[in-house]
Design a protein around this ligand. Structure first.
Ligand SMILES: [Zn+2]
Ligand SMILES: [Zn+2]
Length: 257
């Protein structure tokens, strides 16, 4: 399995428009962050996690030509505003795009992309097939996906476990029942906004506490604000199996036989 972090930035991205801070003016490419998304290639399936406003640039940068399913974590625009940019892939693959999300999130997709759901759609619109996700594991091809219910302040959102990899973004609370589903991971992708506490996202300390508890082989931080500080500085002092994520970072995960 190959995991690619397409974007690792919080909702405004980094640099932030108009910001004069050192992070927003850093020369280190690892301090530039498109909005959070990831791409997983596993057993012939190509899975996109979220489709934010930077999706077009992310698809171009990683030269992505296949998406078999989009797993959406929640409806906030930094995770959903780029869904229409999936069209070139849809034109190439000539297959409808399968989108998995909570029923509430699917409602938002129907409203925001209403032109794709008309009885006689305008030519050139994407064809979306919507799949509601509840508590039960589901499949993309032969790959089993386990939904992980997380809270983003008071909003219920989803993370996903795909084999030994789990992807959690925008979490501020994970219930005990869901923590149980995150045992024995080879890679945990988890959000942390900054060092200081934040009302609707984990901060670095909270994310590290979850990593410490779950003991994945590796963990990587995503959904990062310019307030986190410079990549180089924040990376120092982390446990050796924990990394601050950056755009384009990839992991090869081998499956246990
Ligand atoms: Zn977000
Ligand atoms: Zn800044």
């Amino acid at each position: 399995m190959k995991v690619t972090l397409l974007g690792t930035g919080t909702s405004q991205g980094v640099p932030v428009v108009g910001c004069q801070c050192a992070v927003c003016h850093s020369d280190d490419p690892r301090d530039s962050r498109l909005r959070t998304a990831a791409y997983i290639e596993v057993e012939g399936q190509h899975i996109l996690l979220d489709a934010g406003p930077d999706l077009r640039m992310q698809l171009l940068r990683e030269e992505i030509t296949h998406v078999d399913a989009v797993l959406v974590t929640h409806e906030h625009k930094d995770h959903l505003a780029g869904l229409d940019d999936i069209r070139p892939i849809y034109f190439m693959m000539k297959e409808p795009m399968h989108i998995f999300a909570l029923p509430r999130v699917l409602k938002v997709i129907r409203k925001d992309y209403d032109y794709a759901f008309r009885q006689h759609p305008y030519p050139g619109v994407p064809s979306f097939v919507l799949h509601p996700v509840n508590n039960d594991p589901f499949r993309v091809g032969d790959v089993e996906i386990i939904p992980i219910h997380v809270r983003h302040l008071t909003l219920p959102i989803l993370g996903y476990r795909i084999q030994d990899v789990a992807y959690i973004t925008d979490g501020s609370f994970i219930a005990e029942t869901e923590m149980q589903k995150l045992k024995g991971l080879k890679l945990l992708v988890i959000n942390a906004l900054r060092i200081k506490e934040h009302y609707s996202h984990f901060n670095l300390q909270q994310a590290l506490a979850i990593i410490e508890r779950l003991q994945p082989e590796q963990a990587v931080i995503t959904h990062i604000s310019h307030e986190m500080g410079l990549y180089q500085e924040v990376s120092q002092g982390l446990p050796p199996h924990v990394q601050i994520g950056y755009d384009g970072l990839t992991y090869e995960i081998t499956k246990n036989e």
